[in-house]
Design a protein around this ligand. Structure first.
Ligand code: ZN
Length: 316
């Protein structure tokens, strides 16, 4: 059996996992990232994690087919370098080459959002589909796409950045400098912004009451107030879901994916939200239901990036 190793490089932790041929995780090891200590320190730690996994499984580098790394920032697909990462303060660093040299194992690099999509594709919520998109709703809006069994990551590009496509022309300002991006409407940051505005405008709402009790608004408590029937919160929640549904229909119309997986904190809302989003997508799809993708919540939790990275050589 050939094993693979996936490495999820985050701003806080580096997590490495040993996977079998079905991309099931057999073991994991982690270390603090400490990005301020620089590129060599981080790649030394990656090699050490790989060594730990091999020793614990009584394997040698020859038993491992490949290493995949999911990194923040923009990778160069051909060379395996990271062209730019804001989070790690990296400019054109040879990530794949360094890890390959330190471990003796073939190494590939992709963006962390792409690895997450691949994880849900090989072992998660979209495992029986040939094309899928993962949309992660959190502070921002992340996106990754698998098309006909291959990760969609065009050379010389940071695409897909679906969160920075326009949902409302001339709308709210976005962190990227544009106006009206999807991220400015369907991220938790956007929901909290609108929740605070609504609480200011409606002092009798549950949202304003929460704030008076000293609770900061967040995605979950705004949704909870909406589900509990507070009319101000419900209007916000309904509009947020409508925007999300419209956005997912745009994704489906653009890429023809058969499944869209929703990840991030909002995925905890579960089936009722999937049904609402599906109704909107079916209503908004070109040619309607026939081509509408299934909408699912993410299945893999925190391991998704490691699992996707482990599958990178096969699906890149
Ligand atoms: Zn934007």
């Amino acid at each position: 059996m050939k094993y693979t190793i996936g490495i999820d490089l985050g701003g806080t932790n580096i997590v490495a996992g040993l996977a079998d041929e079905q991309y099931r995780l057999l073991d994991k090891a982690a270390v603090k990232t400490q990005p301020e200590k620089g590129f060599d320190y981080i790649t030394d730690n990656m090699a050490r994690l790989v060594d730990t996994l091999l020793q614990r499984a009584k394997l040698t580098p020859a038993d491992v087919g490949s290493i995949g790394i999911g990194s923040p920032g923009t990778p160069d697909k051909e060379t395996g370098s990271i062209i730019f990462s804001n989070n790690l303060n990296w400019h054109d660093v040879p990530l794949a080459a360094a890890v390959r040299q330190k471990t003796g194992i073939r190494t590939w690099v992709a963006n962390d959002a792409d690895c997450a999509a691949l994880g849900e594709f090989v072992a998660g919520a979209a495992a029986e589909n040939t094309s899928m998109a993962l949309i992660t709703i959190g502070t921002g809006v992340g996106s990754g796409i698998v098309m006909d069994g291959k990760l969609f990551c065009p050379a010389g590009s940071s695409a897909p950045e679906l969160g920075h496509t326009t949902l409302i022309c001339g709308g709210e300002s976005c962190t990227c400098g544009r106006n009206g991006c999807a991220e400015a409407y369907i991220s938790f940051t956007a929901l909290i912004r609108d929740g605070n505005r609504a609480a200011d405008a409606h002092p009798d709402s549950m949202l304003a009451k929460l704030r008076r009790e000293g609770q900061a608004l967040n995605g979950k408590n705004i949704f909870d107030c909406g589900k509990a029937g507070d009319p101000v919160a419900k209007e916000l929640m309904d509009r947020f879901i409508e925007y999300m549904g419209q956005f997912l229909a745009n994704v489906a119309n653009s890429f023809g994916v058969r499944a869209i997986v929703v990840g991030g904190g909002i995925s905890k809302e579960g089936d009722w939200l999937c049904r609402r989003l599906s109704e909107i997508v079916v209503r908004e799809m070109f040619v309607g239901e026939k081509f509408a993708p299934v909408i699912r919540m993410a299945a893999l939790g925190n391991d998704v990036g490691v699992i996707g990275a482990a599958a990178l050589e096969q699906y890149r």
